[in-house]
Design a binder for this molecule. Sequence first.
Ligand code: FEO
Length: 392
Amino acid sequence: MRTRTINEYVSAVGAIDWDRRLFDSLIPLPDGTSYNSYLVRDGGQTALIDTVDPAKRPVLLENLRGVERLDYLIAQHAEQDHSGLIPMVLEMYPAAKLICSPKAKSMLMDHVGVAEDRIRTVADGETLALGGLTLEFIHTPWVHWPETMVTFLRDSGILFSCDFFGSHVAQSDVFVTDEGFVGLAAKRYFAEIMMPFRTAIQKNLDRLKGLKIAMIAPSHGPVYTRPSFILDAYRAWTSETVRNSVLIPYISMHGSTASLVDRLVSALAGHGVEVHPFNLDDTDIGKLAMALVDAATIVIGTPAVHIGPHPRVASTVFLANALRPKLKFASIVGSYGWGHKIVDQIAAMIPNLKVELLPPVISRGMPRPADFEAVESLAGTIARKHAELGLK
Ligand code: FEO
């Protein structure tokens, strides 16, 4: 994709990755992604904000053809999908200075091999004149690494936010054209990348309040021309508010756990609780992560493999613990053949989840009427707990 115009000073010179289907070897990308790089020009001076993933080197090279002078290369984040081509750009423009936060300096030297004498660090709130324009740098730690910062082009009100507010979307239009579609992609992105840092993100959202933001230009996905749309979504996702919703990641080997899950799904629905079962035999783990963003409860369904949870369930529990969602309650349903330590082992795997553990239901072999009654009771307990939180 060629250069696309944002306004008279800014153009998008990054790359669209239509075909990428997995990020971090973890989260499926049903809609591809983009690595956005922005060129800001005025009065003969030029700055480039972030580079692109090294796999898209030819695209950035092509889009910089005709850019004869680069004064500044602004690195907002040291992760390689944005920093990977910094050495190439610095080689193309020997006079360019690399601008980054103090924390990013050693990271960029280590991760991509930038020479120390090319780097100029900027303090939180420091400004840089570019022709007649003013760029303001705002340190935003933990969105999602410690060194991350954003850049505000005061004159146009454009906030260049790197991963902050990003979405994994490949589309030809540089601007958001379908907020519903991009909102879901941004939630998927938030779930995997940002959710563990909710408290830091809340603080960073507060720091942006004083800015008159006309557009948000992230480094993945399209540019937001209605910033309140994504700012409000981030405020909701990072708040303590949860939904009247339960997710049930599960595996069943011989049908016993599945029959417990089926009964639980029906019973919860009967209580008016939104329920999302995820059969881990074939689950988009990104959708599961999205459900974790605002669900009140997780119920983990697993048969015993030897004496512990099924390894695929264990992997999902490990991920849920790492993502630190704002879940309030958890429980376990499952089955075993001759013995198990499912409950103890899962409970030990979720120290990051500040949840109340509700009574588990574990059947020996195929569930009997008493097991189904216990599942009905669990559904009732969940509905009551949600109601006590005021969830509807
Ligand atoms: Fe898009 Fe943290 O890199």
